[in-house]
Design a protein around this ligand. Structure first.
Ligand SMILES: [Zn+2]
Length: 400
């Protein structure tokens, strides 16, 4: 049985995968500073016999293996967030420590572990002749943490690459995933009139104008409706800013940021209109707009786009989703729950913007992303690599 061969071969890659993962964690690679990691991944791809490797103009690392007519991609973002409060870590987040069957550190679960398993899956596929009819593209992508999907805007639009489907290797708590809510970053600004703080009646206080808006937003969040699978949309006020001539003045402007999560059927326009139509917003004449993400990549590519990241959801019958479920069953000997992500991934660009089918499966736990003592089970690297190696074959069998 091919699955036994794949599992056995994946097992022999265990030590090499752990080494690569520990190296990637130790190299560091906060969003916008992923160059060292990209180079390390490219070197590993070359050692493993990838046919072609490249670091593109944005800084994404691309490795091709096989020369079949059907292009399929495995994607993992290679940027990570900072460690947060260091006192909450029991092990150094930048060391890639190995203990009790786990690798610890920032990025272990979100999501360098999945990327490592994807790179090794390519090598397993070559050794076991699983590349027939397929070209596999493994992408190590940048700037996902701040601008999910932005890297794939580059890959699709600038490089003209369009795989038949993309496997997203972010952590999935051991299940196959077929969608997520979208999101957008909204800014609301009130404008007042400054005056001396000793005579507040002469001015118009922009912070007071914001107060009823905050209350209306809290109520709006509670009223948002849901999709039966993806759940309700949500909003959270995440930041507040002000401007004032001094501590002894009436504030002349106030702005807030809203993290709006969009469920199925909630468009950009609907979400903006909901805020604009709040009585407090209309009364105060507050401005409501979508933020723009505007940061160059580590290679200097100017990534600039509106901070709107569309919802995506695949049917369970979508060929890449059903293929992933079959590959799961082959590896684990049991059926998978087909679930969703709570957080956001590059799927917002790949599936949400470009309509390229996506499916998710990755080692690690979603709840550990961005949290202290993030870790990934080494056993899960092995099983993920095996599942990935079987996926294109299952896909081809189910989509011809
Ligand atoms: Zn992630």
């Amino acid at each position: 049985m091919i699955v036994d061969k794949v599992r056995a071969l994946a097992e022999t890659k265990r030590t090499a995968m752990v080494k690569m993962l520990r190296d990637l964690i130790a190299l560091g690679g906060d969003t916008g500073d992923e160059g060292a990691r990209a180079n390390r991944i490219r070197e590993e791809m070359q050692l493993l016999g990838y046919d072609r490797t490249q670091i593109d103009g944005m800084g994404n690392v691309l490795g091709y293996i096989g020369n079949g007519a059907r292009l399929v991609a495995f994607d993992g973002h290679i940027d990570t967030t900072g460690p947060g409060d260091m006192d909450r870590w029991t092990l150094d987040p930048k060391q890639g420590a190995q203990r009790d069957g786990y690798v610890f550190g920032r990025g272990a679960s979100d999501q360098l572990g999945g990327l490592v398993a994807a790179v090794y899956a390519g090598s397993i596929m070559r050794e076991l002749d699983l590349l027939q009819g397929v070209t596999l593209l493994v992408t190590g992508t940048v700037q996902e943490e701040d601008c999910d999907g932005g890297c794939w805007q580059y890959i699709v639009r600038e490089s003209g690459i369009r795989p038949e489907f993309v496997l997203l290797t972010e952590p999935t708590d051991g299940k196959v995933v077929r969608g997520q809510r979208g999101r957008m970053d909204i800014k609301v600004t009130t404008r007042g009139l400054s005056a001396h703080g000793s005579a507040p009646d002469r001015g118009k206080n922009a912070i007071y104008l914001m107060a009823p808006i905050l209350q209306d937003l809290e109520a709006l969040n509670a009223s948002l409706r849901g999709d039966s699978f993806l759940g309700p949309g949500s909003l959270a006020v995440s930041e507040i800013f002000f401007s004032s001539p001094s501590r002894n003045s009436v504030a002349d402007s106030c702005s807030i940021s809203i993290d709006r999560r969009l469920t199925l059927g909630e468009s950009r326009e609907v979400a903006l209109a909901q805020v604009r139509e709040l009585p407090s917003v209309a009364r105060s004449g507050a401005e409501v707009e979508v933020y723009t993400y505007d940061h160059p990549s580590y290679k200097g590519y100017p990534l600039k786009q509106e901070s709107f990241f569309p919802t995506w959801l695949m049917e369970e019958s979508e060929p890449c989703v059903s293929a992933a479920a079959r590959a799961y069953e082959a590896v684990f000997g049991a059926k998978t729950e087909v679930g969703k992500w709570i957080f956001s991934t590059n799927g917002v660009g790949i599936a949400g913007t470009f309509g390229i089918p996506c499916v998710g499966f990755g080692p690690g736990r979603e709840a550990e992303a961005h949290a202290p003592d993030e870790k990934v089970a080494i056993d899960e690297l092995v099983t993920a690599a095996a599942l990935y190696a079987l996926l294109p074959r299952e896909y081809l069998a189910g989509s011809q």
